[in-house]
Ligand binder design. Structure first.
Ligand code: FRU
Length: 459
């Protein structure tokens, strides 16, 4: 039997060999490679300082671990190279003039509460011509450049080009504990001026982390990770949320967003700080951190030497209701090896915890379980994730309102589970640490087709 440590290692979700991972950073496609950087503390479980770890891939499936790309090295990022994004400039992938610019927040801590005093946030840029070697760090914005009624929490630059101009959004916390974003504009992607602040009509949490503009099928959405929304039975069930405001037009023309329209991107316990990028074929791809800050459940049980992973890359589209749909990139389908029908009496047993489970033509209620532990139930307009065994390591129920359920795809990848309902209308992501050697899929429902694909091949 493979040790539990190894069978918990996801194949398609990026995880550090050792150490700590949080937010995806600097996602892009550049000169034929997809790049996924991420928040990385190699010293974990000891306390260290965060930088950017780096993976690259030609196909979004097989990733090369490039190690640490950016670590604290100047006074302006002395206590952390925090989250940020990539901007690719130039022509086609083969064009030698292409340039990768990476933007991040340099975090500096002094004496103080680190909210109102005792912290600096500097927006910093590095460039790269090959995606492997990075230039000197250049400080672009300093605390004195932000509006004076903000706390010291200003961070997570997301930069993009639109209609011949460059834009940046930053997440911010006002001194009166109201979250919002700052929109900056630039002609050269280096000198930035505040265009305006974008806030919600009524306060919506005290801080918005990791803002992003999602531009999909001609629609725009402002994505943020708000902190400070009190939990309710069917929404804001995590300590912090991630989701988006649908916009009437372009983000760069938007002055205020309607907080009553905020849509959560994922209803599971393990999803935060997502970031999108547009690949060379024009797909808008979103990757989230498959984790959550400040929780008491475990993502590294049994002495694992690595903590957390990223979600699958998900392609975004807009549904008939004008809201986003998320679907694992089609490359993942190439990894299917063989399918087993899931029978009502015996279920299906797969040799390992690497599976792509597809249910089609579901009618009425559904009860599904993995190893008689992780459960997914649909009844009365609610899809519910639960754990009846120990694999959830302290995670509890998550409820996801859904009018009807016709289709469900559940991807199990080591210690990760992502469930996509109605072709990505709703998504539930969770870590799960099974201890059985094989994967038992049990199913009670009325459905036309139920198959469990073994995925993953050799690795
Ligand atoms: C979100 C976040 C970001 C910050 C980073 C630090 O999880 O708090 O706002 O830049 O993590 O690791």
């Amino acid at each position: 039997m493979a040790s539990a440590h190894e069978s918990w290692r996801p194949r398609f979700h990026l995880s550090p060999r050792t150490g700590w991972l949080n937010d995806p950073n600097g996602l892009c496609q550049f000169r034929g490679y997809y790049h996924a950087f991420h928040q990385y503390d190699p010293a974990w479980p000891k306390a260290g300082k965060k930088g950017w770890g780096h993976f690259r891939s030609r196909d979004l499936l097989n990733w090369e671990d490039m190690g640490a790309a950016l670590m604290p090295s100047i006074p302006e990022d002395a206590d952390g190279v925090y989250s940020g994004s990539a901007l690719i400039q130039g022509g086609a992938a083969s064009d030698g003039g292409d340039l990768m610019r990476l933007y991040y927040t340099g975090n500096v801590k002094y004496e103080g509460d680190h909210i109102h005093t005792g912290r600096d946030a500097n927006e910093i840029m590095v460039t790269s011509e090959d995606g492997e070697n990075f230039s000197e760090k250049q400080v672009l914005l300093r605390p004195e450049d932000y509006p004076s009624d903000l706390t010291r929490h200003v961070r997570d630059p997301k930069v993009w080009e639109q209609d011949g101009r460059y834009y940046m959004v930053l997440g911010a916390r006002r001194s009166d504990d109201v979250g919002g974003v700052l929109l900056y504009g630039s002609d050269d992607a280096e000198r930035w001026e505040l265009v305006r602040r974008i806030e919600s009509e009524r306060p919506f949490g005290y801080m918005w982390e990791c803002p992003d503009v999602l531009r999909v099928d001609g629609h725009e959405f402002l994505s943020v990770s708000p902190q400070g929304l009190p939990s309710e039975p069917t929404r804001w069930q995590n300590i912090y949320q991630s989701g988006y405001f649908p916009l009437d037009g372009r983000l760069v023309d938007t002055e205020v967003v309607d907080e009553s329209k905020f849509v959560e991107l994922d209803f599971g316990p393990d999803f935060y700080a997502p970031q999108s990028f547009v690949d060379d074929s024009g797909r808008v791809i979103l990757i989230g951190w498959m984790g959550m800050p400040d929780v008491d459940y475990s993502s590294a049980p049994d002495g694992l030497e690595w903590c957390h992973c990223l979600t699958l890359p998900r392609e975004l589209s807009v549904g008939p209701d004008g809201l986003l749909r998320q679907w694992p990139v089609r490359e993942l389908g190439l990894e299917r090896i063989s399918a087993q029908p899931i029978s009502a009496s015996a279920g299906a047993i797969l040799p390992r915890h690497y599976a792509d489970i597809v249910l089609e033509g579901i009618e009425g209620e559904l009860h599904m379980s993995l190893d008689n532990d992780l459960t997914l139930d649909f009844a009365d307009g609610m899809l519910v994730l639960g754990f009846s065994g120990k694999g959830g390591c302290g995670r509890d129920l998550r409820r996801c309102p859904l009018d009807s359920l016709s289709e469900l795809r559940v991807i199990v990848d080591g210690s990760t589970v992502e469930a996509y309902a109605n072709h990505g209308e709703r998504v539930i992501s969770t870590r799960w640490f099974p201890t059985a050697d094989t994967l038992l899929v049990s199913l009670h429902t009325n459905c036309q087709k139920a198959n469990a694909w073994e995925i993953g091949g050799m690795f």
